[in-house]
Design a protein around this ligand. Structure first.
Ligand code: ADE
Length: 374
């Protein structure tokens, strides 16, 4: 697995992502081949009370590798499954794919699954790492036929990088300017037919010329309870955590419709279970462990409740503008909008109106219940 050095300028975004999501980030310029483990490596630790060494499974090792193992997102799997099959039959590069939706729903995972299905490598980078023209040119020139290039946070690409991408996506060609001033010339360079997989939490922030060059544009949805429960059961099996069906359902209920959060909560439950010397984990232990982490029965965490409480108590329920809310909470407005709000909106606890954010009746009821339970 080759790690190529990343560009600068990624720090604020990566820091923010770390704060909202401690899962490992895709390495900038990380290249994964079919069959490679996307985790940076297996550590070893002595199993408690046993002499054998067991591998520590990183978050990435919980990712499904193939479409058949990928739980949920039925429509997405169906559309991409057909595209992959047709592409393999034609022996061409898959059409460019844009995946959008809230964080943690499996955009990176799906890019890796696509590469596995196509039997090619996937190069992973993110837009803030492609600051200089040579960053993106270097990646494009080194692609092998039919390989995938995954660009996370693609809405953050700068103009120059975007313009390099247009002919690359359309005609597998790089238009490079050689020389300066009056002697400057444009040279065209053929590159291998490849597939760009772009991921974004903000499809609306993509420029339309870039968006129009994707042949497949797919939204990832929050997962339903049944799918989440199946994801928790699968992850528990991989992590060798013994939990019953009701416990898996309880984790599913509290993970904000997001597999990445489900896996994170599962680890916290595992910690509490192992410290308390519990055997099989049941729903009551999940409740105890997640209450400790201030995750309530509906999956809202402290920052969700802080936002709803501020709306209700600070502004009489709203409407309040996003920037005002962000400033009062000491949060970045884009993080609020793309990370915190989508689940609250989907749950009907919050509404976006032309005049600002408003707490709903369900939001008021939920806060009252959460307060009573605290
Ligand atoms: N782990 C995280 N996301 C998953 C998914 N969609 N299917 C199976 N396991 C997962």
């Amino acid at each position: 697995m080759a790690i190529v050095s990343s560009g600068s300028g990624a720090a604020p975004s990566r820091l923010k992502q770390r704060l909202v999501d401690p899962a490992p980030l895709p390495g900038d310029g990380l290249a994964l081949g079919p069959g490679d483990d996307p985790s940076p490596g297996f550590g070893t630790e002595a199993a408690a009370g046993a002499s054998a060494e067991v591998p520590i499974l990183r978050e990435d090792s919980l990712r499904p590798r193939r479409l058949a193992d990928y739980i949920g997102q039925r429509e997405l799997k169906q559309v991409l499954g057909i595209a992959v099959e047709a592409t393999l039959a034609r022996q061409e590069a898959l059409d460019h794919v844009l995946l959008y939706g809230p964080p943690g729903l499996g955009k990176t995972t799906m890019a890796l699954v696509l590469a596995e299905e196509l039997g090619v490598r996937c190069r992973i980078t993110s837009a803030p790492a492609l600051e200089r023209p040579r960053d993106i040119v270097g990646l494009l020139i080194n692609l092998q036929p039919q390989e995938l290039l995954f660009i996370d946070e693609i809405h953050r690409l700068n103009r120059v990088a975007e313009e390099i991408l247009y002919p690359a996506m359309e005609d597998f060609r790089l238009d490079l300017t050689v020389g300066k001033g009056t002697t400057a010339r444009t040279r065209s360079l053929a590159i291998a037919p490849f597939t760009l997989v772009g991921a974004t939490t903000r499809a609306g922030a993509l420029s339309s010329p870039l968006r129009d060059r994707f042949g497949l544009i797919q939204r990832l949805e929050f997962y339903g309870l049944e799918d989440l429960q199946a994801i928790v059961v699968r992850a528990a099996g991989l992590l060798q955590v013994d939990l019953d069906g009701a416990a898996a359902l309880e984790v599913a209920r509290r993970c904000r419709g997001t597999p990445r959060i489900a896996n994170r909560l599962l680890r916290r439950v595992r910690d509490v279970a192992s410290v308390g010397g519990h055997g099989r984990i049941g729903a009551a232990l999940v409740d105890e462990a997640l209450s400790l982490h201030r995750v309530d029965g509906r999956g809202l965490d402290a920052s969700d409740r802080r936002l709803l409480t501020l709306l209700l108590e600070g502004y009489g329920g709203g409407p309040v503008g996003l920037d005002t809310l962000a400033a009062a909470l000491g949060e970045d407005a884009a993080t609020l909008e793309t990370v915190v709000e989508p689940f609250l909106l989907q749950q009907g606890l919050l509404q976006r109106t032309p005049r600002g954010r408003v707490i709903t009746e369900a939001g008021r009821v939920h806060l009252a219940l959460a307060e009573a339970a605290a």
